[in-house]
Design a binder for this molecule. Structure first.
Ligand code: ADP
Length: 424
């Protein structure tokens, strides 16, 4: 039978089909009226598709049906258009069986089935696209809120740090005046004044850390790069931490690893600060009698420095979080003011600053640990990957220090050649 016959048969059963659809799907006069209009439009398009053999006639109405979904429908994943199309197809089958003879019914169903399949496919794809767009929007708005929250946190740190700095400077000044004006020749060893001095130093460190965090957050950390050897910085640290290491009965070994005595451009003060944070953390989170080892190696274009301890370790789920500001894992109420006491946690800014400093150098930092266990002490290894910069971004420095890649002797020969030109 021809498509025209199928269309004629469909037209014949259409009023009954609409009645059944209204009965099953639309309750209430207002809804009914609106739904009847929608059904008529759908069946008009379907007849056009049957007549021309072009299923694209269905596009506009399917698009309208999918687009009319509310935000709640989308959020709840309701597939209104596809569900409606499935019901309409079932009703069309049932009505055809009741209204037409077997041959006409089969013929009509065979003709409308591709149109329904096309419509269902189109509706399913559009519904999925709407859902993806809805969730992308939701994620973007949540991200925006998180960024706003982070900005507020960063602003708070910056304001608090600057507000604390002024009174702190005043207290520092008055304490040193009290010490100077004291008639007691032993004022240097006055335990009260010393207590105040230690407190001020700790507070100054926290305020400085807060300022560093806000500089890093606002991409304002500027580096003062100079040629240096990593081993110099590490040796200095070893000397300065010696008393603490002894006090905590720890063993600190700083190896002379490949690359530690090669010149590279970096900010010595900032690198000292980053390495110091890692070593003081190693001291803080390793029980008395434990060991700390600093080692490293060269990789193409980079030097890797590792800080290993035999401490309490860090569980895998926390290994990323500790680098965020205020990423301390212990209970804040158990924090001690000591920088080196076992588990004497601080404000949780150290690693976030360390990461900021290393990233400002173009490097990366990460930690490896089997997990957290205060009894077994699996330990942790912090890895730092630093690019070996042999040229300064500042041409004046390059001129002053020359090419760091050239070995020392070669440079000296060059210098001599310049000062003593060969005899003709
Ligand atoms: P804090 O001031 O708390 O030491 P950090 O940013 O330096 O802040 O460190 C964040 C958290 O990471 C610490 O509170 C601690 O839980 C964990 N952590 C850092 N270094 C180590 C380490 N070597 N071993 C075990 N845990 C560590």
């Amino acid at each position: 039978m021809s498509p025209l016959n199928a269309q004629a048969n469909f037209t014949k059963m259409r009023p009954r089909l609409i009645r059944r659809a209204l009965q099953q799907l639309a309750r209430g006069a207002g809804v009914r009226e609106n739904f009847e209009g929608q059904l008529s439009r759908f069946f008009d398009m379907l007849e056009q598709a049957l007549e021309t053999g072009d299923t694209a006639w269905m596009d506009a109405i399917i698009f309208d049906w999918v687009s009319s979904k509310t935000q709640t429908d989308i959020a709840e994943g309701q597939k209104n258009a596809t569900a409606l199309l499935t019901i309409l197809f079932t009703l069309a089958n049932e009505t055809a069986r009741e209204e037409l003879n077997a041959e006409e019914a089969l013929d009509m169903i065979t003709a409308v089935q591709p149109v329904f399949t096309y419509s269902l496919d189109k509706a399913a794809r559009l519904e999925m696209e709407h859902r993806v767009a809805y969730f992308a929007n939701e994620i973007a708005s949540v991200q925006q809120k998180l960024e706003q929250l982070d900005r507020s946190k960063s602003n708070f740190i910056s304001v608090a740090a600057h507000e604390l700095k002024t009174p702190l400077t005043l207290i520092e000044g008055y304490t040193s005046m009290m010490r100077d004006s004291s008639s007691d020749p032993n004022s240097e060893s006055d335990p009260l004044l010393n207590g105040v001095r230690t407190g001020i130093q700790r507070l100054r460190q926290i305020v400085d850390d807060m300022i560093d965090v806000s500089l890093i957050d606002n991409n304002m950390l500027s580096l003062n790069s100079q040629p240096l050897w990593l081993s110099h910085i590490l040796d200095m640290l070893q000397k300065n931490l010696n008393d603490t290491i002894k006090e905590r009965c720890l063993n600190l070994e700083i190896k002379k690893f490949p690359g530690s005595q090669d010149w590279l451009y970096a900010d010595p003060e900032r690198l000292y600060q980053a390495f110091q944070n890692l070593l003081t953390n190693g001291i803080k989170y390793t029980p008395d009698g434990g060991a700390l080892v600093v080692d490293g190696r060269t990789l193409p274009g980079f030097v890797e420095v590792t800080f290993t301890d035999t401490g309490i370790g860090i569980s895998p789920e926390d290994q990323e979080r500790i680098f965020e500001k205020f990423g301390q894992l212990g209970r804040a109420d158990l924090h001690s003011s000591s920088k080196v006491k076992f588990k004497g946690g601080g404000p949780g800014l150290g690693l976030s600053i360390t990461r900021g400093i290393i990233e400002a150098h173009g490097g990366t930092i990460w930690v490896e640990s089997e997990g957290y266990d205060e009894k077994q002490c699996p330990g942790s290894t912090f890895h730092i990957l630093l690019p070996v910069r042999t040229e300064s971004a500042d041409p004046r420095l390059s001129k002053l220090f020359g090419d760091l890649t050239k070995p020392k002797e070669e440079k000296n020969v060059e210098k001599e050649t310049r000062t003593n030109p060969p005899a003709p």
